[in-house]
Design a protein around this ligand. Structure first.
Ligand code: ARG
Ligand code: ASP
Length: 720
């Protein structure tokens, strides 16, 4: 049925540059010259594509890095100083904090290089070069071949390409798919492993507004932290050593204190993680109406229980602060995303686009042969796939979030060793258990377990539930009866001795040959094992096979979309590779009759100040500086700007990204999006989608006036 398509190295992006485009898009740095630079310059950008990405001279890309596993950072001095978000450096700041040195509460500022703190495991990754390797990746791969077979060959080709690219160097290599497997790029990267903490404001500034203000505008978060990259004598990456010296970058950003005006050109250069701009109406419908509402409900349950316990007990507040923040971050985003999709009528908009595409396909026989099967096939697949996808999401959101289940997962290692364990094996699990218990409150877990299990029983089809009679005594069944559920949960938590630190540690102290059986028979382990088994047999294989089909269809669908609209320049979905997004400083109207300004000021922090609300406690020193209006060169018309918004199309991973002005100078650090626009991962709306940036002048003010760490400013290049 499939017709072979002749051209493999298909040209995706058709150049029409004589009109101004909307600010949507996450663009490939290598292709700016071809597709974007003219448009960028029309919108005010004063530099060239070579200034952004070049392999012949130092360019902006040499000043931007992946920070840790999922953020962006940028260089702001010729001595390896980098800036990223507070929430990106949070776990490092937390790691260095103790009761005596509570850097989370008090902030941290290294007075001299010797005071900078090392962070085992933290890396920053530079892009050395990128290259279109589509032809090599698809060499010998049948365009209409079976997807599983294709993927295997592609993986083999990629392995060769990467090996060849990094041969004889200390670089890393990676090939990533763009436009659903229609294009492939090779990325050569250089990873630095000695990255030290230089400074961070107190959480009351760096996390100001906390989860209350998260994803929202107006925003006043001083969301930044400073680190320094260290290198060996030859400026090459090296493991931590006292001999290491500050990294000498090819390029660092100058910082502008001139501020921003509405309509000013802005560019964000960083690592957006993942978006889904080209989903069909069937997929959007599934996410919006089937998946998101349940994800939100599950997390709402977790959050309510956590908050209740955190409010009652300060120890639990500390234990669950980070867990709460991470559960609530996506929860709040999904709510915003669904509101946005609804407002845009996204499913119907997609349907209209699909109808137009179908019309285009039907105009010619050759098109019909190539593409007419795609949309009906999608429809058929999603009609069945949705229930499996739902079950998978539910499994990961509910079962996999139960802490007792996570703990049971840790026990698996010893159980698999059986009687053939070593003392190191036991110590390994003992240590991992200790770190688990540090942030564990069994009463909270028990409540969450009960809530999530009842949701699972209520909302998930019985064919995606394990056979409870196999591992739960009949006196507790059926679990759908609330008294039986209560009894089972009591039993589960009491008898799963590995959920009790004292019992588990005592057990490890005398651990002997047959003891793994006691772990194996604990109710939490049986629960874990049977649920995982159900997932692996009932859900995973079906999801995998549908995913393969969808991957295959998407490749042809994407081609049809681009062929049908040659006046449009398409951009690839985010895939955690370096991208440029450009737009302008702009206010917006979240609702009828309401207009939000494009910036916030310190006045707003003082307005929000409320000692009774944890997220709104303003440090006294900041209040004093406010009273004295000691803003120095960082003020604008007597005000101190804290954050601003723009139309740059960003997503998770863009946190910490440099926000640059028309001259390529740093004016802000990206850290979030406005709630009304969080559907931008699926559908971008120029009227409502705004990225939120920390105004760099607020960061400089905090370093200089609040922290008294003005010596750090001496190494920066500040443009007045
Ligand atoms: N919403 C931002 C992002 O997705 C900030 C998250 C960190 N802050 C928080 N309160 N959880 O990363
Ligand atoms: N806060 C996100 C991040 O950490 C950015 C976003 O989703 O807009 O990357």
């Amino acid at each position: 049925m499939f017709k072979k398509i002749i051209t493999v190295s298909f040209v995706f992006i058709i150049l029409i540059n004589n009109y101004l485009r909307a600010d949507e898009g996450m663009w490939i740095p290598l292709l700016l010259q071809k597709y974007n630079i003219e448009d960028m310059q029309k919108k005010g950008f004063k530099l060239t594509a070579e200034d952004i990405y070049s392999i012949n001279k130092a360019s902006m890309k040499d000043a931007v890095m992946i920070f840790g596993g999922g953020c962006t950072a940028e260089l702001i001095s010729d001595k390896g100083l980098i800036i990223t978000n507070h929430h990106c450096g949070f776990s490092q700041i937390q790691d260095h904090s103790s009761l005596e040195h509570d850097y989370l509460t008090d902030g941290f500022w290294a007075k001299t290089p010797k005071d900078e703190l090392r962070n085992p495991g933290l890396t920053v990754t530079f892009l050395v070069s990128m290259e279109d390797v589509t032809n090599q990746v698809l060499a010998g791969v049948e365009d209409d071949g079976e997807e599983g077979v294709r993927q295997k060959m592609i993986a083999q080709n990629i392995e060769k390409i990467v090996a060849q690219a990094i041969k004889g160097t200390h670089f890393q290599g990676e090939v990533k798919s763009f436009f659903y497997g229609n294009q492939y790029f090779l990325f050569v990267q250089e990873e630095y492993k000695d990255v030290r903490l230089v400074g961070a404001p107190p959480s009351a500034i760096g996390k100001f507004g906390g989860d209350t203000d998260n994803w929202m505008w107006p925003r006043h978060t001083g969301d930044f932290s400073l680190f320094r990259i260290y290198a060996d004598k030859d400026n090459k990456p090296a493991e931590y050593s006292e001999e290491n010296v500050p990294y000498k970058p090819k390029k660092h950003f100058s910082i502008s204190v001139k501020g921003v005006q509405p309509d000013d050109f802005t560019m964000v250069f960083g690592y957006p993680g993942s978006t889904e701009q080209y989903l069909t109406s069937y997929a959007v419908d599934m996410i919006q109406n089937k998946i998101n509402p349940y994800r939100i409900e599950i997390r709402q349950n977790i959050i309510d229980i956590m908050l209740e316990d955190m409010e009652k007990n300060p120890a639990v507040r500390i234990q669950y602060a980070d867990k709460h923040a991470s559960v609530s971050n996506a929860w709040k985003k999904w709510i915003g995303e669904n509101n946005g999709l609804e407002r845009l009528d996204a499913v119907n908009v997609k349907k209209q686009r699909e109808a137009a595409l179908t019309q285009w396909i039907n105009q010619e026989d050759s098109r019909q042969q190539l593409y007419s099967y795609i949309l009906p096939e999608f429809e058929k697949i999603y009609a069945d796939y949705a229930q499996y996808s739902f079950a998978e999401e539910y499994f990961f959101e509910a079962v996999w979030r139960m802490e007792s289940v996570k703990m049971a997962g840790r026990m698996k290692y010893l159980i698999e060793k059986g009687s053939e364990f070593t003392t190191e094996d036991v110590d390994k699990i003992r240590n991992s258990a200790k770190s688990f218990f540090k942030d564990y409150n069994i009463e909270t877990d028990k409540k969450i377990f009960k809530a999530l299990l009842s949701l699972y029983l209520k909302n998930v089809d019985t064919k995606f539930q394990p056979d409870f009679t196999k591992f739960i005594k009949s006196k507790y069944l059926p679990l759908t009866e609330s008294e039986k559920l209560d009894e089972y949960v009591d039993y589960y938590f009491e008898k799963s001795f590995f959920l009790h630190e004292d019992k588990l540690m005592a057990f490890f102290d005398t651990y002997a040959k047959a003891d793994y059986k006691k772990l194996e028979n604990a109710p939490a382990y049986l629960f874990y094992k049977n649920f995982v088994n159900m997932y692996v047999t009932q859900i995973m294989p079906v999801v995998k096979s549908y995913d393969e089909k969808i991957t295959n269809l998407n490749r042809f669908y994407m081609r049809a979309l681009t062929m049908a609209d040659t006046s449009k320049v398409f951009y690839p979905d985010a895939n955690f590779t370096l991208r440029v997004t450009y737009g302008k400083v702009a206010d917006y109207e979240p609702r009828d009759g309401v207009r939000y300004k494009h910036y916030t000021t310190l006045d707003g922090i003082i307005e929000k100040d409320n000692p009774d609300i944890y997220d709104y406690r303003v440090p006294q020193r900041l209040k004093d500086l406010y009273s004295a209006r000691e803003y120095g060169i960082y003020a604008e018309n007597g005000e101190l700007h804290t954050c601003f918004i723009g139309t740059n199309h960003t997503t998770g991973g863009n946190s910490g990204s440099p926000v640059l002005n028309a001259n390529g100078e740093l004016i802000g650090v990206n850290f979030d999006r406005c709630w009304e626009g969080t559907m931008s991962d699926i559908m971008y709306d120029p009227a409502q989608c705004r990225n939120i940036a920390l105004d760099i002048r607020y960061a400089l003010f905090l370093i200089d006036k609040f922290a008294g760490a003005g010596y750090l400013l001496d190494e920066m290049s500040i443009v007045k």
